[in-house]
Each structure stands twice: as C-alpha cells, then as structure tokens.
Design a protein around this ligand. Structure first.
Ligand code: FE2
Length: 201
C-alpha cells in the first residue's frame, strides 16, 4: 500500500481493505466464544464463575422459550466483564448492537441497573434506578431478563447447558449481515445505504 494517511486512499486500496475487514469481521463468533471462555476465570465471590453464570442465564432463557437472539444475548450479557466491570453492560450491548433488535440491545445495555435492585440498598445507592426506564417499550422484557434469567443464575446445582449447545446459535446470530458486509458495501460504492450497519474503517 502506498498511502500514508487516509486522505491518500485510492479506490483499489479501499477494496483490498474492505475484503480484509470482511474476513476479520466474519471471525466475530470465534472471538465471542473466546470472550465467554475468558469469563471462566472470574469468580469474585459469586457462587459460580461468570462463564457458568452466563451459560445458566442462557439456559433459563432457552427453557422459557425466548427467541434465539435473546438466548444469545443472555449468553453474552456479561462478556463486557472481560474488558471492564463498571460499564460491562454497555460494552456487551455495543458488541451485539448490529446483530440484535433495538429492544434486545436496550435490555443488555441496562441490565446492571435492573440487577441493582438486589444489592444497591446494601451499598447505600438507589435500588430503583431502573425505574427511569418504566415507560420504555422494552421495560417488561428487561424485568423478565433480570428477574427470571439473570438474577437466578448463580446456582451451582442447576442443570446448566454447556457452551457447545449454544455455539450454532452464536454462529447464526453473529453471522455477517449483507448490509454490514464491508466488501459488499465497497463494491456497491459509497452511496450504498446500509440500513443497520455501515461499513467503517
Ligand atoms: Fe449476569
């Protein structure tokens, strides 16, 4: 490549980069699985490690008849903890954002505020901080996610499904979307309007 700054990019260089980025993005399911496995080392005083907690949350969602997208969201809701604890809901939500509905994105982004009902009162903070979302169309789903699947999933004796059970779902939910395909967008020209995900370098 000849360019030393973005302003010098040529069409053929953009095409090469777009193809490479498409391949890299297509590896997202593998990175998601790696992040989940990284959670196994995080225990931090809980009764199960964070991988078991994530698998158990997803297992409960599955057995409750949740959509595949929501099952995978339940599985991935804490993967942000691999990077940072304090804003892990936002990190996980942003990773999933191009692949899930607005409602699922919102549930994952805010799940820590719904979980806070169970401990904020013990650390001198407002346990009802999630009430600010009461008028949102996804509020009931967020309560269900928290109350039925997330809050309950610290049980070492629960019949939790293994990661292998969810791997095909991860592959499907995080599959590269046509409208998020870097190479497809590049070949279609910069005027191509991607409805959900725009190619970015
Ligand atoms: Fe959780």
């Amino acid at each position: 490549m000849a360019f030393t700054r973005m302003k010098e990019l040529q069409q053929e260089e953009v095409a090469v980069i777009a193809e490479a980025l498409t391949k890299r993005q297509a590896a997202l399911p593998q990175r998601i699985k790696s992040m989940l496995l990284d959670l196994e080392s995080q225990v931090d005083g809980f009764s199960v490690n964070e991988l078991v907690h994530s698998l158990q949350t997803a297992t409960r969602a599955l057995r409750a008849g949740a959509s595949e997208e929501m099952i995978v969201a339940a599985l991935c809701h804490d993967i942000g903890k691999v990077i940072s604890i304090v804003n892990h809901g936002g990190i996980a939500a942003e990773i999933m954002k191009p692949y899930v509905s607005k409602e699922t994105y919102a549930v994952i982004r805010t799940h820590t505020e719904f979980q806070a009902r169970f401990y904020n009162g013990m650390v001198a903070r407002d346990p009802n901080v999630c009430q600010k979302y009461a008028a949102e169309p996804w509020y009931d789903l967020a309560c269900r996610f928290s109350d039925e699947w997330d809050e309950t999933s610290f049980d070492p004796d629960y019949d939790t499904l293994p990661l292998a059970h969810f791997e095909p779902m991860i592959e499907r939910v995080f599959a590269l979307r046509l409208d998020g395909d870097y190479a497809a967008n590049a070949s279609a020209g910069s005027s191509h309007a991607a409805p959900r995900e725009t190619a970015t370098f």
